[in-house]
Design a protein around this ligand. Structure first.
Ligand code: 3HC
Length: 295
């Protein structure tokens, strides 16, 4: 499939990344079907998308007409068959667990058009293993966005063992149509490029606090002011979701070895369901789920 043939995009999963990716696609002019497993989740995702589009309008990055048109292009749905039938590209953004993603693909395969491309927003899992449960491993690749998708420029386009060059070219061209800068990851390896670098940074920051070497504020101010990164490591973990970082680390620990052992501080936050901005509390507290209240 050529990028010019793409009109309709299904985004499966309306969480943090899902609604952000749906927003990016709608802003680029595509018809988008945003799906989650129940009304509450899909409505919550749509509300967040609406909030973000409203912010862009408030900051004069979009006119009122552009904002309304983008919102009109998004259809929130729960029914999977209705979501994927007739779509050109299906971007899967469900929780970062191999079994959950594989179950979803098994089901999606029943309804998806034969020539539709499958793209997974996995943060670390093997593209080849995910593609295995589908009947189209050559039309399957990774399309990894960064949080928040509407603000982050990079998209990793990751090849599985059987992904065709045509699929990679089309998905890369689609990322460009979204206004993003894609980077192609040629080898399917845990964490790809960015998370192989970034998630250990969050983990090491947590170990420094766990080992009583420094406080959270000391680590974050060092990262921000001395290393010049836009957010401290703990602030970043809250932004991406502590659970997301933790699951990536678990997988990297399992596949790459002990250097990636997750710090117990991260595990404790996941168990307490203090996952960051999306739950209103993570390492820091958030007033309204979006603005950080950082000391
Ligand atoms: N949509 C619209 N507006 C948004 C938004 C969104 N999704 N998210 C935040 N904003 C708004 C805020 O509400 C705030 O608005 P206000 O000014 O009215 O209060 C404003 O944007 C924030 O602007 P700031 O001036 O405070 O911050 P910056 O504009 O300088 O940058 C940032 C914000 C782009 C998020 C920047 O801090 C940054 O780049 N942080 C690093 C993020 C990062 O590295 N992400 C990748 C993580 S790794 C990942 O996602 C991979 C995964 O697999 C783990």
């Amino acid at each position: 499939m050529n990028v010019d043939e793409i009109d309709t995009i299904a985004v499966l999963g309306a969480g943090n990344m899902g609604h952000g990716i749906a927003e990016v696609a709608a802003l680029a002019g595509y018809e988008v079907r945003l799906r989650d497993i129940n009304e509450e989740l899909v409505e919550n995702g749509y509300d967040q998308l609406e909030w973000s589009v409203g912010k862009l309008e408030e900051k004069d990055q979009l006119t009122e007409e552009e904002a309304d048109a983008a919102l009109d292009r998004v259809t929130p749905l729960v029914d999977l068959e209705e979501t994927v039938s007739g779509t050109d590209v299906i971007i899967e953004v469900v929780p970062e667990k191999m079994e959950i993603k594989q179950d979803v693909y098994g089901e999606v395969e029943q309804y998806a058009p034969e020539d539709a491309l499958f793209a997974t927003n996995t943060s670390s899992l093997s593209i080849t293993d995910l593609a295995e449960v589908t009947e189209r491993p050559e039309r399957f690749c990774g399309m990894h966005f960064f949080n928040p998708p509407v603000r982050m420029q990079l998209v990793e386009v990751i090849s599985g063992e059987h992904t065709s060059d045509e699929t990679l070219d089309t998905v890369e061209a689609l990322a460009e149509e979204f206004g993003k800068s894609p980077v192609r990851v040629r080898k399917d390896s845990p964490g790809f490029i960015v998370n192989r670098v970034l998630v250990p940074l969050m983990n090491e920051a947590a170990w420094l606090v766990e080992d009583d070497v420094a406080t959270m504020d000391e680590v974050d101010s060092t990262t921000t002011f001395e290393l010049g990164l836009p957010m401290g490591s703990f602030e970043l973990a809250d932004q991406v979701g502590i659970d997301v970082g933790y699951h990536v680390l678990e997988y990297m620990h399992e596949t790459l070895g002990d250097a990636y052992e997750p710090c117990p501080l991260l595990e404790a936050k996941v168990e307490a369901e203090e996952l960051g901005k999306k739950t209103g509390k993570g390492f820091y507290d958030y007033e309204d789920g979006n603005g950080a209240d950082i000391p």
